[in-house]
Design a protein around this ligand. Structure first.
Ligand code: DGL
Length: 272
């Protein structure tokens, strides 16, 4: 990890050499950063974990929107970011429209639960969607769900406490909550009437993927959003002429609390 790059004035998204900002309520967005690094190895990233205010998923929209706007502003002022990835389903649902309005011209990518890819691959047409309460209650998610209602049956499961348990690295609680929410979703498998696809609709949940894979069984596909988000980021940067084409990228990590824990988790999950 290195110290932050010198800041560029806000509003000047002119150089491919500026870093890409990525944020989440905590460590969950590292699952997206992992995919971004694989897709864009030449880019510099500044990752901000709002761990002092996590979890977002059980808070109200106004709070999540206010934090998202403050973080975007900070990333632009301190780091002169050339693009922003909102690596949090809950923050995307609550604030992506406000961020777009407040930062016109800044390439911006959000994440949403991968209902479309799940509908495209499911054979049984029964799909479990695990996400935070905030994401599942949002108007943005309701619109996505409504647009795909004819494609498959989506079984929506809010997972209170799971992001917080992952944030706290509480292995016992993570396992217990994965068991509870997998069981509550229904019967998994590849036969008619069974759930054959499980959407990890919160960026924290890929860090519990081993539990979900074991509990749902080998016939069930776990679907997350890191790779499509990384490809979309590449497309937007390319279209804006802001892709970095040489060099080896870096990662700068910042947190509103628990900086040491963020570094430890990044070391574990990003192989750093
Ligand atoms: N990782 C986040 C998401 O994708 C938020 C989890 C939380 O803070 O509750 O929704």
């Amino acid at each position: 990890m290195r110290a932050g790059a010198a800041a560029a004035p806000i509003g000047s998204i002119t150089s491919a050499d500026r870093p890409i900002g990525v944020f989440d309520s905590g460590v969950g967005g590292l699952s997206v950063l992992r995919a971004l690094r694989a897709e864009l190895p030449q880019e510099d990233f500044v990752y901000f974990a709002d761990s002092g205010n996590a979890p977002y998923g059980e808070r109200d929209d106004a709070f999540v929107a206010q934090r998202s706007q403050a973080i975007a502003q900070q990333l632009r002022e301190e780091h002169g970011i050339k693009a922003l990835v909102v690596a949090c389903n809950t923050a995307t649902a609550a604030a992506v429209h406000l961020l777009r309005a407040g930062h016109p011209g800044l390439p911006l990518v959000g994440v949403e639960p991968a209902l479309k890819p799940a509908a495209a691959r499911s054979r049984t047409r029964r799909i479990a969607v695990l996400a935070t309460r905030g994401t599942l209650a949002s108007a943005k998610f309701a619109a996505l769900h409504a647009s795909l209602r004819d494609e498959a049956e989506f079984l929506l499961q809010p997972c209170d406490g799971l992001a917080a348990a992952i944030e706290a690295d509480d292995a016992t609680k993570i396992r217990a909550l994965c068991e509870e929410y997998t069981r509550a979703s229904g019967r998994f498998g590849s036969k008619n009437g069974q759930i054959d696809s499980l959407v990890l609709g919160c960026t924290h949940y890929p860090f519990a993927a081993n539990h979900f894979a074991e509990l749902a069984g080998p016939e069930v596909a776990l679907i997350e959003t890191g790779e499509p988000v990384a490809r979309q980021t590449r497309r937007l940067l390319g279209a804006a002429g802001l892709l970095r084409t040489q060099g080896v990228g870096s990662i700068t990590l910042q947190a509103s609390a628990g900086q040491a824990a963020l570094h430890a988790t990044a070391t574990r999950w990003l192989g750093r």
